[in-house]
Ligand binder design. Structure first.
Ligand code: ADP
Length: 267
């Protein structure tokens, strides 16, 4: 079992990812696909007159401030356009994919965080009305049911809070929690970069290998949202996943390339 997470930033070739995945699925390999949608969500939010608001926490993590209107736009794009676009691609390729969010069957569960601390102009502000959280629990029953019946699950945030409220969660860390819960042999985090770069954006500075026990030491190389991937990788290997690969999803055969060790391999 391999968990593949494909991001939502510009440049990702979803056709290439689905083609590669479909070929391997038909040859008998089992996958669960998790996807993002941040780039498209930003575009749609602008178009709807509710531009995205990003906050940076005092510890340096950037996240989307998700008020109720943002959550609804987020769901339109992640659960609607992105999820159904991927399911349609896989169906065209002859793979019986089923698209679900973390709310469905409470696949992803976590604590609702209503307020967030944001550094603005050198000062720390507390913003309320946030619909975010972190996946703390993965309920694998529905996934196992689908895999057992021959369906390829295609999953996306949001998650369900313990009270059943939709919460925006980081897709990389959700995929890491899923990989741990499913005892996956590998987790592939595919995005629009060749892997973790020592000197972003210089692509020749690719870090090829990270020893499993050392992942957190590499957090310093990652800026912004890449930090969440490094954190997700650390959580996955600590939870028993044998290998995490940060791979390139811009062209070619992104899944096969990552499995062959191209990108940054954490093991
Ligand atoms: P996705 O939505 O595709 O999962 P993110 O946008 O969350 O991807 O994270 C990937 C982005 O992280 C890259 O597009 C890049 O701009 C940024 N990044 C920051 N630091 C690094 C780094 N050291 N190496 C690679 N990418 C980095």
């Amino acid at each position: 079992m391999i968990v593949v997470k494909v991001g939502g930033s510009s440049g990702i070739d979803y056709d290439a990812v689905c083609r590669d995945l479909a070929g391997r699925w038909k040859a008998g390999e089992r996958f669960v696909l998790v996807h993002g949608g941040s780039g498209e969500t930003n575009r749609v939010a602008e178009a709807l007159g509710h531009p995205p608001k990003f906050v940076t926490s005092p510890s340096g993590y950037t996240s989307r401030f998700t008020d109720r209107a943002t959550l609804e736009i987020f769901e339109m794009v992640y659960c609607g356009k992105m999820n159904k676009g991927i399911v349609e691609r896989l169906q065209r390729l002859g793979v019986n994919a089923v698209g679900l969010s973390g709310l469905d069957g409470r696949i992803f569960e976590g604590k609702h965080k209503d307020s967030v601390r944001s550094v603005e102009g050198g000062k720390v502000k507390v913003l309320r009305g946030d619909h975010t959280g972190t996946v703390e629990k993965v309920n694998t029953g529905l996934i196992e049911l689908l895999l057992g019946a021959g369906y390829l699950p295609v999953l996306t945030p949001p998650a369900a809070s313990y009270e059943g409220v939709a919460i925006n969660v980081d897709g990389d860390r959700a995929a890491a929690a899923l990989a741990v819960a499913l005892k996956a042999e590998a987790l592939l985090l595919l995005s629009n970069v060749p892997g973790l770069l020592r000197a972003y954006p210089d692509e020749s500075s690719l870090i090829r290998e990270i020893p499993a026990g050392d992942v957190e030491a590499y957090l310093d190389f990652a800026q912004d949202r890449m930090k969440k991937k490094v954190l997700g990788a650390a959580e996955a290997v600590a939870g028993g996943v044998g290998r995490v690969v940060f791979g390139d999803a811009r062209a070619g055969e992104p899944v096969s390339a990552a499995l062959a060790g191209q990108g940054t391999v954490v093991s």
